[in-house]
Design a protein around this ligand. Structure first.
Ligand code: GTP
Ligand code: MG
Ligand code: NA
Length: 459
């Protein structure tokens, strides 16, 4: 057992779904916290992260009954790193980020509402990225005369219900399954253990009473350690992503980071892309680790370890992080190969610098060099010229530059914004001037919507 604990890291789990389906509440139940209550309007507006340690998982899932004839359930992973995301329609980028970062997602659906617009959107995001997920069919306590008992395995609990409650459950379950199948999704109840390549598993839950949560977590754990152990095998190679760039009282601008693989320590020199097109090179001054089972985005007490190993959510304190970009990944320049890595980086900068830009053409922006390059490749294939390529959010000065094309070739007076935010005054200026901003978070979607625009021009 200990051997496997050594090389399996905590999987990254992302909770996704339509607004108010109970994503934060589910995590609150798991953490015994009340984060949801402290949110403005009860709406999540940030991506969060919680390190859930193995003892919490053990305690929580001890009531789960193994299927007949099989061994009792044994946890082999050191914990879970669970990310909460907003369900509000305006936060698609955060859902996108979460879905691309995680090893497995939990798609929360309100059993009383079934499939809703951001359920559909989340399914598309997950399918686009090939991210597996488990459906939590939440708010079962709202079924008429539901009898709660979070100390029972869900299967036993369902059997205990009155007949009319069971009937209502079955009806709502099959209606949800039908709606999901209309989205191209085949689903089965988790206890059927159907082939996960063909079926997504459903676990009914209540975030208020706690019913079903043990089964949900057990299913998440099992999925990772049994179906995709290779995916969650710890690797020494650093894999770290910036979730949020923000002020932390007493520490200035810090970054919330998901450290998936590899390790970090105080004094490490980290190198990360900056929104001004210049990489940031800075030293880690402190690693702030929220207490186990506490939300990273909520002010809390932090442990300050000297070093940490993936997979964990951690806040990094360092100078010069102001222009760090959410969603970007970073490197550590360790003594010996520092020079090499810095060279690589300057190469990246060079790539940006030597990307062959035309005098006239579209304006391209993105958060990551890799995906920008893929986009430039597509543009080249279609012989679409680009006049500017930049890393970072779209600000007004970008629009000003892009607007020059209005005089030369108005169909190219466009900004192709890949996985970045558009600042409000930039959008306003664009609308006033007639500069089109195409904003998507996948290369192909962005290219498609831009191509439609070009085709309309050619008609
Ligand atoms: P966003 O982050 O804003 O997308 O919402 P969310 O999905 O995180 O939902 P949240 O946890 O904020 O819950 C929304 C509302 O539903 C709150 O009033 C919760 O108390 C309520 N709620 C959540 N889960 C349940 C549940 O299982 N049963 C019942 N009855 N109410 C629930
Ligand atoms: Mg929420
Ligand atoms: Na909410």
């Amino acid at each position: 057992e200990n051997r496997s604990l050594d090389h399996l890291r905590a999987p990254v789990i992302c909770v996704l779904g339509h607004v108010d389906t109970g994503k934060t509440k589910l995590l609150d139940k798991l953490r015994c916290t009340n984060v949801q209550k402290s949110e403005a309007g009860g709406i999540t507006q940030q991506i969060g992260a919680t390190n859930v340690p193995i003892d919490v998982l053990r305690e929580l899932t001890k009531i789960v009954r193994p299927p007949k004839g099989s061994q009792p359930f044994k946890i082999k992973i050191p914990g879970l790193l669970i990310m909460d995301t907003p369900g509000h329609e305006h936060f698609r980028l955060m859902r996108s980020r979460g879905s691309s970062l995680c090893d497995l997602a939990i798609l929360v659906v309100d059993i009383m509402h079934g499939v809703e617009p951001q359920t559909v959107e989340s399914i598309k995001l997950l399918q686009d990225r090939g991210t597996p997920f488990i459906v939590a069919l939440n708010k079962i306590d709202r079924l008429f005369e539901w009898q709660s008992n979070p100390q029972k395995d869900f299967w036993d609990l369902l059997k205990m219900q009155k007949d009319h409650t069971k009937v209502e459950f079955e009806q709502r379950l099959s209606s949800a399954k039908l709606q999901l199948s209309e989205q191209g999704l085949n689903t089965k109840m988790y206890y059927e253990y159907s082939d996960p390549k063909e079926y997504s598993w459903i676990v009914p839950t209540s975030a208020i009473t706690g019913d079903g949560i043990a089964n949900l977590i057990a299913t998440v754990v099992k999925y990772n350690q049994e179906i995709q152990p290779e995916k969650i095998t710890f690797s020494e190679e650093l894999e770290a992503t910036v979730l949020e760039v923000k002020q932390t009282i007493g520490h200035g601008i810090t970054i919330d980071v998901i450290l998936k693989n590899g390790s970090l320590k105080i004094g490490d020199t980290i190198v990360l892309p900056g929104s001004k097109g210049r990489p940031i090179v800075t030293q880690i001054r402190a690693l702030l680790l929220p207490k186990p089972n506490r939300e990273l985005r909520i002010k809390t007490e932090y442990a300050e370890p000297k070093n940490i190993k993936g997979c964990q959510g951690v806040k990094i304190v360092a100078k010069g992080l102001k222009s760090a970009i959410s969603g970007s990944s970073f490197l550590v320049a360790r003594c010996q190969n520092e020079i090499e890595i810095l060279k690589d980086l300057s190469q990246e900068k060079e790539i940006l610098g030597c990307i062959q830009c035309e005098k006239h053409g579209v304006y391209v922006q993105g958060s990551l060099l890799g995906s920008l390059e893929a986009l430039l490749e597509l543009l080249k294939q279609d012989k679409i010229p680009y006049s500017n390529v930049r890393l970072g959010n779209v600000i007004k000065s970008d629009v000003v530059k892009a607007s020059i094309m209005l005089e030369h070739d108005p169909k190219f007076a466009c900004i192709l914004a890949l996985d970045v935010e558009v600042e409000r005054d930039a959008q306003e200026y664009a609308d006033a001037e007639g500069v089109r901003i195409f904003k998507e978070d996948t290369v192909y979607r962005l290219f498609d919507s831009f191509k439609k625009h070009i085709q309309n021009h050619q008609k």
